[in-house]
Design a protein around this ligand. Structure first.
Ligand code: ADP
Ligand code: MG
Length: 244
């Protein structure tokens, strides 16, 4: 079997005395979609942020595409270019148009020329269904449209892996579906994805695996039908019962 695209081994993370991740082992295969669920404060965001080194792990190892991010000699910028991240708050540049939001990182980070960056921007806006918003500014868009722009911006960098941290949690309910539809498309296309979400329908239908975290550890890791449909642990059952 080929090496997993994301590999987390014995990951620990503390903020001062607060041990937030207490030994996480996780693998995500190429093209696999793993949804991470769990109560607020259980360490889900910290785990995602350690996978692209937005947070520095206190211990353990993280590999993406076979490269060890936790190796002090690694070219972290090179590895990070393989990883796209989408946040709950879309983090678009408010003073830039939609197209400029997509071209700026390509030009700065990937050193793409103007024409190529514009072409890639247009392709990715089309993928998320927002070609008609190319010249708009973020403030004139709905939350759902802004989040789709944020996804297109990440995709324009050509990532091998996409990390989503509660991408629909800040959206009005009627706007959630459009964002989830884009994520379903990516999953179908074979993107490797880690998705922190409370959308259990999405997790059931799209995830290959669901990971339940509580108190900085993985309590359960398995197929959605198992973890959501027939959880083995009381903590998982308790969490799921409160979502209904
Ligand atoms: P979740 O995403 O599951 O809600 P987080 O990973 O955001 O959980 O947070 C887990 C714990 O880590 C919380 O107790 C939070 O206060 C703490 N924490 C997260 N980020 C930081 C930080 N930058 N500095 C200090 N504490 C943090
Ligand atoms: Mg979080």
């Amino acid at each position: 079997m080929s090496r997993p695209e994301i590999e987390v081994r014995g990951l620990h993370k503390s903020f001062g005395d607060n041990e937030v991740l207490r030994g996480i082992d996780l693998e995500v295969g190429r093209g696999e979609v793993v949804c991470v669920i769990g109560p607020s404060g259980s360490g889900k965001s910290t785990l995602l942020r350690c996978v692209n080194l937005l947070e520095e792990p206190s211990g353990g190892q993280v590999f993406v595409g076979g490269a060890e991010l936790t190796d002090p000699d690694v070219d972290i910028d090179a590895v990070r270019r393989r990883i796209g991240m989408v946040f709950q708050q879309f983090n678009l540049f408010p003073h830039l148009s939609v197209t400029e939001n997509l071209t700026l990182p390509q030009r700065r980070v990937l050193r793409r020329g103007k024409a190529e960056a514009a072409k890639v921007a247009a392709e990715n806006l089309e993928r998320v269904g927002l070609s008609d918003k190319a010249t708009a500014y973020p403030a004139s868009l709905s939350g759902g449209q802004q989040q789709r722009v944020a996804i297109a911006r990440a995709l324009a960098m050509g990532p091998e892996v996409m990390l989503f941290d509660e991408p629909t949690s800040a959206l009005d309910p009627e706007l959630v579906g459009d964002v989830l539809a884009v994520m379903r498309m990516l999953a179908r296309e074979g993107m490797t994805m880690m998705v922190v979400t409370h959308e259990m329908t999405f997790a059931r239908e799209v995830a290959d695996r669901v990971v339940f975290m509580d108190g900085g550890v993985i309590v359960e890791d398995g197929a959605p039908a198992q973890v959501i449909g027939a959880p083995a642990h009381e903590r998982t059952r308790h969490f799921l019962s409160r979502l209904l």
